[in-house]
Design a protein around this ligand. Sequence first.
Ligand code: NAD
Length: 495
Amino acid sequence: MTEGPPKSDTARRASMAMQRARAVHDGWARVEPTERSACLGRMLRKIVLDRDEIVRTICSEAGKTRAEALSSDVLPTLEMLRYLERETARILEPRKAKTPLVFGRASSRVEYRPRGVVVVIAPWNNPFQLSLVPVAFALAAGNTVVLKPSPLARKTAALVGRLCQDAGLAQDALQVEDGGPELAQALIAERPDLVFFTGGPAGGRAVLQVAAKHLIPVILELGGKDPMIVLADADLERVEQAAVYGAFAHAGQHCVSTKRLLIEKPIYGALVDRIGNLTSSLAATGQWGQVVDERAMAVAAEQVREAVADGARLVVPDDLDRAGAEPTLVSDCSPSMRLVQEETFAPVLAVLPFETDAEAVEMANDSPFGLNASVWSSDAARADDVVGRLQTGNACVNNVLINIGNPHLPFGGVKTSGFGRYHGPEGLRAFCVETSVLASRSRRRTEPNWFPHDDNMAEITDELIELRYGEMSRWQRLTGWLRVGRKLTRRGKHL
Ligand code: NAD
């Protein structure tokens, strides 16, 4: 047997991690869902106790303020763990399904079984939540996990590993493997049973390519360019606070940060001024955090410079050289600008006017992305109508960002923002193989659809199709069923 070329260190490490994960998988999969979720409950309580250390680590790696780390990294994680602690057993209960009459006497059900080993590839921007939450969903579903965190968030990932140990998770049921894209790809080449990737579209495409070679299912949580649509009848005091929070919290480095502000014409000028004033005040406080990725900052600065050269107006800051490095508001943008079309992972908000609801929808949908969106109006029916026409995986009415933290709602994107879901029942079942079972209760020696496939069987099946799907009176249908029933009995006696 040929052994192939020698493995690199990275490939060897990936292979060992995968072997360890496989070795403990059966044991963890056999643990009852109630016990698995109890383990996640212990993790939750440990996080509450250790939160100071966790927050300090998040702040040092992701450039967050303490308030930001607590409210958008730690709190949503706790909420998700509580959800899994309480709901896992119920969601993974086998689900009864109906069995149509033509399938004979049988019962049907769907079982939710663990997939096996899940590779979680995580980004740096919400390093705690975006590592621990997919890991927790995967573990709750009975999988073992190899976590490949961002090289920018090593310490937070190490904490995630320690929390799992402290909660009593079996050795190797979660392994944290430090490394870059090569390690992520080497892990996928080891054929895990599912890959859960959170990051930019370029990384997502690369991961999908490697996974395609081995036909491994992938969930992709990618970037966004979230629109905020403000209708003229909205509560404008709430809108201005929300726009500034949505765009500039964590320096605009949430995947669901507000990036495009679409304002109905009659309120456009006044609202831009008010948001401009608030943006300037916020910039002076430093509460918006800091831009961590210098390349992303350079891209943002370039996008703003290009937009201004093409006729957009820099509202804040007053110096173009600081644009992208601190809260930046650019009004009078047009839909084709790179600042409006491409992802901007920095604190920059592009503003565009619209005249009708239909135009707002068209502008919002004119994007390669479809992650999150918000619609603002005091008329609930009008807001719902606009939401209903948006190409997006998630949406808020009269709020921003917060929907990603509701554990009962599945989360994920459309278009270049990715596919697949986590959170909510759909998100937990996404980490399972859904096995469908049909159990016959028939005591007959044979079934009508089995051999022999003779003229008599064709005639009965033909009549059955007419009876079940054809148009006829109730009386014709009743007598027809009796006739088919008699034919089936006669056939049964002959076979
Ligand atoms: P990134 O894509 O650079 O890295 C994410 C992870 O993928 C890291 O672990 C990295 O090492 C790995 N990776 C990168 N390139 C790879 C490749 N070619 N092959 C295999 N693995 C690769 O993203 P980032 O800078 O860490 O995070 C920011 C990006 O993540 C933004 O685009 C943001 O919108 C997106 N994001 C999306 C969500 C979501 O839920 N949809 C959440 C947070 C962040």
